[in-house]
Structure formats: C-alpha cells, structure tokens
Design a protein around this ligand. Structure first.
Ligand code: HEM
Length: 478
C-alpha cells in the first residue's frame, strides 16, 4: 500500500496526455551528399525508434478531441546516439522568443480560478501578441482536430543545419507526411465522439497496430543551400512563418513505420524523455534563438519530472551509453561498474565523441520583432483551399469568441480586419448571431456556466502592498 501511495509522478507541464508505439525508420533515398548522419545513410538501413503522440493542453485523463496542438515525438536509437525530433501537426510555431512560452501556456491552459479553458485569456494574449495568430489560425482551421494521430503530419518546424562528411552545410525543414492521408473532423463531429469516447485518438492508434495495420509516415526535407538562405526576401529561420514556394527544393529520406504497441504505458511512454537537443553528427541542429532555449528547457523539466538520471530509464537509453557520468538518484543501472570515472585515462575508458567534420563556421541569426500579418493573410486566402474550409475556419473563430469579454472581442475583430477585410467582416457577422443565440440559451438554463472573471493583480487577499519606493517616481529612462 505504501508503494501504491506514491504511484503518481508529476505529469508533463505540457503535452501531458498521450500514447505511443515502437517501430523503425527505413532509408529509401541516398541523402549522403547532404548529411553524414548514420541514421539517414544507406538505402534499406533500418533504425529502431519510439514515437509518443500527445495533445498539448490536456492534462492526463483529458479529452483527445479538443481543438489544439498535437505532438509527435520521435526518438531514433541511432548508432551515433539518440536523435529526437519533436513535431507538431502544424508547420509553424507561435513565437520566436523562448521566454514567452510560460505566458502562452498559462493563457491557453486552465484558468487558475475556475479551472476551465479560458477563451478570454487566449484571445487577450493572441491580440496583444499578434505573432501567435499564424499558428492559432492553423488550429482554428481543419488542422486543429485531425481524425486521429495516424492521419496527421508532423513538423519539427525549426530550420535545421545539416552537414555532409566534408562539412558542407545545408538548411532544412523536416516533414513527416502521413501515408494514411491527412484527414480532419469538424468541431461538431469531435463533440459527438467525445461524448462516448474521449480516448478516441489513443484507441485508434492502438487498434490499428494491434490489427497489423501499421501506420507509416514519409520523411522528407525541404532544403536550401547557404547561398539560398542569404538571398531570400524573408527570414528562413523564423518558426512563425512558412518557407515561400519557389525558394526551396524537397528531398525524400525514408519511411517511419509503427509496428509494435507498448506493453506498459508507464514504463515506455510516461517515462519517455524527448529532448530536441538530442542531435547526432551530421545534424548540428537549428541555429535560431528559440531552439537555444529549448536545448535547456527539456533537460530541466525532465530532471524535475523523472530525475537527473532520466536518460538511464530503458526507453531513453541510447544504444551506446558509455559515459563518465556517475551516481545520482536511481536509476543508475550498472553505473559503469569499475570502468574509469575520469578522462583521459590509461585504462581503456570510453573516448568522448568529437565530430571532426562539424562545420567550423557558426551562423548568427539576427531576428526581427516586427509584426508581419502577411503570413496570416496568405493562410486565409491561399492555404485554406476552398470556401467550405474557409467557412469552417470562420465558424471556429466566432464560436471561440462568444465567451470572450467584449473589449477583447473588439480587439480581436480589429486585428482580423487588419489581416483581411473579408475575414474581419464575416467573423463579426457570425459572432453577433452566435452571441445572441448563446445569450438566449443561457437565459433558459437553470445553472448557466460561470462568467469568467477578468483577473486583476494583485488580488485583495494577495501579499500586502509595498509602500512606493522612495524617490522611484523621479527615475526616468531616457
Ligand atoms: C520555447 C519554446 C518551447 C518550450 C519552452 C517547450 C517546452 C516543453 C516542455 C517543458 C515540454 C514537456 C517535456 C517533458 O516533460 O518531457 C514539452 C513537450 C513537447 N514539446 Fe515543447 N516547448 C517549446 C517549443 C516547442 C516546439 C517549437 C515544438 C515543436 C516543433 C515543441 C514540441 C513539443 C512536443 C511534441 C512535446 C511532447 C514531448 C513528449 O511527447 O514527451 N515544443 N515542451
């Protein structure tokens, strides 16, 4: 019983609800002139891997059917160490500044008072930081609820530097393209499924693999040369925008196949520690500022969630795991037994790997904070392929605005109007009708849902107010 008392560990701070499976990656094309990474070289070579799928905002036990980001994390157990590619089902991210993550997650997860998802907070942030709307638009369109994990694509989004055996570089965006064909479900269909099967995504994946209907994804990369990246008229490292058509070429690498369900979710999935900083020779990784933050954050959060030795948990262990790292909280496995615990040594200890061919020149990416609404207008007019999809997108926007506090709605309508006048007009009309309907329905309800309060800081019960610092008013920043 005392062991049972401690069965729970902290859930992931984001992407808490998920599932996963084992499989392999098979190289189908020769990409040796672009990258020396062993995992992507040698047609026919198979590398074992584990994939974890997730919903970004749900807590463990939440619903699979929310309109939100979904994760597809791939850990390749390569001969040169683990390569982790953490993907979303959208090809663009929300912002470029790593420190902004906290605000985003707080606004998009549950309200600290009501513990409800809070559309006022979401739209408040989305209108104060317009950059996040590009990704938000993808979520509000069909891509926001794919018809199960098997039928969505996966994008690591960042522009990765890769290099070949001569140290020559290219810049790539990887794409996992589902072989099942992308398909989505509408908000109404999702609500219906949710009422009977909130674990729809987990069940769909498990059953498919159990029935031998193994899901697969093609891995390809969109590529630019070092010359290309300096000569395009946009920032190709900007994770909030797509690469423009005609500025890159695409190369196939291989296939990812999932052919084995896990036997124990806690052991193989809950304890999984995917870290985008796990890279291999031939893939030095993305040079942008957001990625620099991510190289630290994942290890930190996993130290908290799983302990410092999380890479000694079986599912996280690389194939080659000989190190000078010792001790710490369990698991320590064999702790490298009596092998020397310092380097260099005369007793055949492991030799630290140095990638001699890694490009010597570093790229410095200078980022801009300018607000650019062009990608959003492009999304509305060109990515949404037809009028029916545009209409579903508009409905999802105005329905999400109905519970939002009026000043924030006005700001949202203004922003949508700036992006595209047709979009702004249609959302405004839809919103007014939906609001009137919702007010009539609320009036008829015995116990209407709570009005979400506008939060103020500090609260009445908060810490005592500090007296103003003497002389502070005279400080001027010039
Ligand atoms: C500054 C930006 C970001 C921060 C601070 C951040 C932070 C986190 C954290 C703390 C976790 C939980 C990890 C764990 O407990 O194991 C997580 C999970 C995840 N993140 Fe991020 N993230 C960021 C950006 C991104 C981006 C750009 C992507 C995709 C392109 C992404 C994809 C994922 C995925 C797929 C997971 C789930 C991992 C799993 O399955 O265990 N994140 N992120």
């Amino acid at each position: 019983m005392l062991t049972f008392d401690g069965e729970r560990i902290p859930e992931r701070v984001v992407h808490a609800k998920g599932t996963g499976a084992f499989g392999y990656f098979e190289v189908t094309n020769d990409v040796s002139k672009y990258t020396s990474a062993d995992v992507f070289n040698g047609i026919g070579k198979k590398t074992p891997l584990v994939v974890r799928f997730s919903t970004a905002l749900q807590n463990i036990g939440g619903s699979d059917l929310g309109r939100e980001l979904r994760g597809m994390s791939v850990k390749f157990y390569t001969k040169e160490g683990n390569l982790d590619l953490l993907c979303l089902q959208m090809p663009v991210y929300l912002y470029r500044d790593p420190i902004f993550f906290l605000n985003l997650v707080h606004a998009f997860k549950r309200n600290p008072q009501t513990h409800l998802f809070d559309f006022t907070a979401q739209w408040d942030l989305a209108t104060q930081r317009p950059v996040i709307n590009h990704n938000f638009f993808w979520t509000l369109a069909d891509y926001g609820i794919p018809n199960g994990y098997r039928r969505m694509d996966g994008f690591p989004i960042h522009t990765y530097e890769i290099s070949n055996k001569n140290g020559e570089r290219h810049y790539v965006r990887f794409n996992f393209r589902t072989e099942q064909g992308f398909s989505a479900i509408t908000s109404a269909q999702a609500a219906e499924i949710q009422s009977t099967d909130p674990d729809y995504f987990n069940r769909d994946l498990y059953n498919a693999i159990e029935q031998g209907n193994f899901p697969a994804w093609k891995l390809e990369m969109d590529m630019m040369t070092p010359h290309d990246i300096q000569n395009v008229d946009y920032d190709p490292f900007d994770v909030t925008r797509l690469w423009k058509n005609g500025t890159f070429f695409t190369v196939q690498i291989g296939r990812l196949v999932l052919n084995k369900n896990v036997e124990n979710q806690f052991r193989d999935i809950e304890q999984g520690a995917f870290n985008p900083g796990h890279l291999v020779p031939g893939i030095p990784g993305p040079p942008d500022f957001l990625f620099r933050g991510r190289r630290m954050f994942y290890r930190d959060t996993q130290n908290y969630r799983l302990g410092r030795n999380h890479n000694k948990i079986y599912v996280n262990m690389p194939l080659y795991a000989k190190t000078y790292v010792r001790d710490g909280r369990p698991p320590t496995r064999l702790n490298m037994k009596n092998a020397p615990n310092y380097y260099s040594n005369s007793f055949n200890g492991p030799i630290p790997y140095v990638d001699e061919k890694r490009p010597r020149e570093k790229l410095q990416v200078l980022e801009s904070n300018a607000i650019d609404l062009e990608p959003l207008s492009y999304f509305y007019n060109h990515i949404l392929e037809d009028e029916a999809h545009r209409q579903r997108f508009i409905e999802n926007i105005f329905m999400s605005l109905v519970p939002v506090t009026p000043p924030v709605v006005q700001r949202a309508l203004k922003l949508l109007n700036l992006i595209d006048r047709d979009l702004g007009r249609r959302v405004r009309i839809g919103y007014e009708v939906a609001l009137a309907q919702s007010q009539a329905e609320r009036a008829a309800q015995a116990t209407p849902p709570p009005n979400l309060p506008i939060r103020n800081f500090p609260t009445a019960e908060g810490p005592p107010e500090h007296p103003p610092t003497k002389g502070a008013h005279s400080i001027r920043i010039l």
